[in-house]
Design a protein around this ligand. Structure first.
Ligand SMILES: Cc1cc2nc3c(=O)[nH]c(=O)nc-3n(C[C@H](O)[C@H](O)[C@H](O)COP(=O)(O)OP(=O)(O)OC[C@H]3O[C@@H](n4cnc5c(N)ncnc54)[C@H](O)[C@@H]3O)c2cc1C
Length: 412
């Protein structure tokens, strides 16, 4: 990575150039009357890199992968926004994940997240460098930040996108997301304002392949805001109580639905997850019933997951649940109703009682792996092999309705 600081540029805290006001509308006022006003020249696709004490949220790198596709279509560069204090390692990671430019504000005031200084930093960077697109992870921090930045920049924001691409004719960003309770997919454009802003949930986009050597230009900017001007103070940072629940990054998830019948019904699912080195998730029905915490909910209003293998046990397959797990590499559905919609997206379907099937699977994997609770490292391919090779007697190997080609069956 080559580092290069820009000099003689106005600081982010300076009054923005006159052109910025037109920028946020995406149009100059210069066009002759009656003609299409000429566009200013917003450029580049930016990704906000969310970091906490130097640890970066995976969704930021997932967005970097999507940003590369968009930038290739727009023939522009990828810019990473890095805010924090002593975050050189984050800059290096941004470079390794494909950033052509890193906009770095290194200041103790932005060491920990607070809405005002973070929004101030991004608004000033955007006004000065005029990105075409800003992508932000739909984490709790990202949701807070993106909405403030979009309001300050007087531009549009599409939250919780599941698809992003460029309209080949207009070059506008097409932002696709579920609407009306997940019953339709809406594609939203923001033709008259810049930048175009989207949030995307963790796990929706694929991470880019890391680049070994990438030529990245680092643009250091001052924050232009002192601690005295920030009303909110960070007294102490408390770790999340259930820090172990990070479904978005899990490679194997064993999820339960209302078919588990209650909190106790999750016991066999925990045992299977333990043997496989996976995590336990659930449908919203189980959260609503108070059986499981919301941190384990998968779906449209829960976490979006993309594991290598997803076991859906006693889950019917409502569209809102599918919205959060249909990008899983391999889906295994266990349901006693052969007509359950989950079988339409499953790669492997087992029609049966989860209280028989799940312990039987646990037994098989325990024997195959020769260990208990140390399953990390098992591949989806191994699991597929085990499924196809050895299904316990009395358990139907596959539902007649189950699709063997998940790609064909999954809703788009
Ligand atoms: C705006 C909105 C957002 C939503 N967001 C989400 C979300 O993020 N995530 C989510 O999951 N849902 C969400 N929902 C709820 C969703 O619509 C469904 O109600 C929910 O997913 C159903 O959960 P379920 O599949 O566990 O339960 P059910 O639909 O009741 O299905 C239970 C299944 O278990 C099977 N079963 C029963 N007993 C057994 C057994 N012993 N062995 C095997 N199978 C058995 C049954 O055949 C059935 O198919 C949302 C709804 C709305 C309106």
């Amino acid at each position: 990575m080559s580092k290069q600081d820009l000099t003689n540029l106005p600081s982010a805290g300076d009054a923005p150039p006159a052109a910025w006001q037109a920028y946020s509308k995406g149009l100059t006022e210069a066009g002759p009357a009656g003609s299409e006003p000429a566009r200013t020249e917003p450029k580049d696709v930016w990704v906000f890199v969310e970091q906490h004490g130097g640890k970066v949220a995976n969704v930021s790198w997932e967005l970097m992968g999507k940003a590369r596709e968009l930038a290739d279509q727009l023939e522009c560069k990828i810019g990473a926004i890095v805010l924090g204090h002593k975050v050189d390692s984050v800059v290096a990671m941004a470079s390794a994940n494909g950033a052509d430019l890193v906009y770095l504000i290194d200041d103790p005031v932005v060491a920990a997240y607070r809405s005002k200084p973070y929004a101030h930093a991004i608004v000033n960077l955007a006004n000065k460098f005029k990105p075409e697109v800003i992508l932000v992870g739909a984490t709790s921090l990202g949701r807070d930040l993106a909405s403030i930045v979009a309001t300050e920049l007087d531009t549009g924001l599409t939250a919780d996108c599941t698809g992003l691409d460029i309209d080949p004719e207009t070059k506008n960003l097409r932002q696709t997301r579920p609407a009306f309770g997940g019953n339709i997919m809406a594609t939203i454009v923001c033709p008259n304002r810049r930048p175009q802003m989207s949030t995307v949930r963790p796990g929706v986009m694929a991470k880019p392949k890391k680049l070994e050597a990438h030529d990245t230009r680092v643009i250091r900017e001052p924050l232009g805001l002192t601690e005295e001007r920030v009303a909110a103070k960070v007294i102490e940072l408390l770790k999340e109580q259930d820090e172990s629940v990070n479904l978005a990054d899990a490679e194997i998830i064993v999820s339960g639905g209302r078919g588990t019948g209650g909190a106790d019904g999750f016991k066999p699912l925990y045992e299977l997850a333990e043997v496989l080195g996976g995590m336990v998730g659930c449908s919203r029905a189980c959260v609503d019933a108070g059986w499981m915490p919301v941190s384990r909910q998968v779906g449209q209003t829960g976490t979006t997951v993309r594991p290598k293998i997803y076991f859906a046990c006693g889950i019917s397959g409502a569209i809102q649940h599918l919205a959060g797990m249909q990008s899983s590499d391999v889906i295994v559905a266990i349901n006693r109703d052969p007509n359950a919609p989950i079988f339409k997206v499953a790669d492997y379907g087992i029609v049966g009682d989860l209280f028989q099937v799940v312990p039987a699977l646990t037994k098989i994997f325990r024997e195959r792996l020769g260990r208990n609770g140390a399953g990390a490292g098992i591949s989806a391919a191994e699991i597929k092999k085990d499924f196809l090779g050895e299904v316990p007697p009395g358990v139907p190997a596959k539902s007649a309705d189950a699709k063997t080609s998940g790609e064909e069956a999954r809703p788009q």
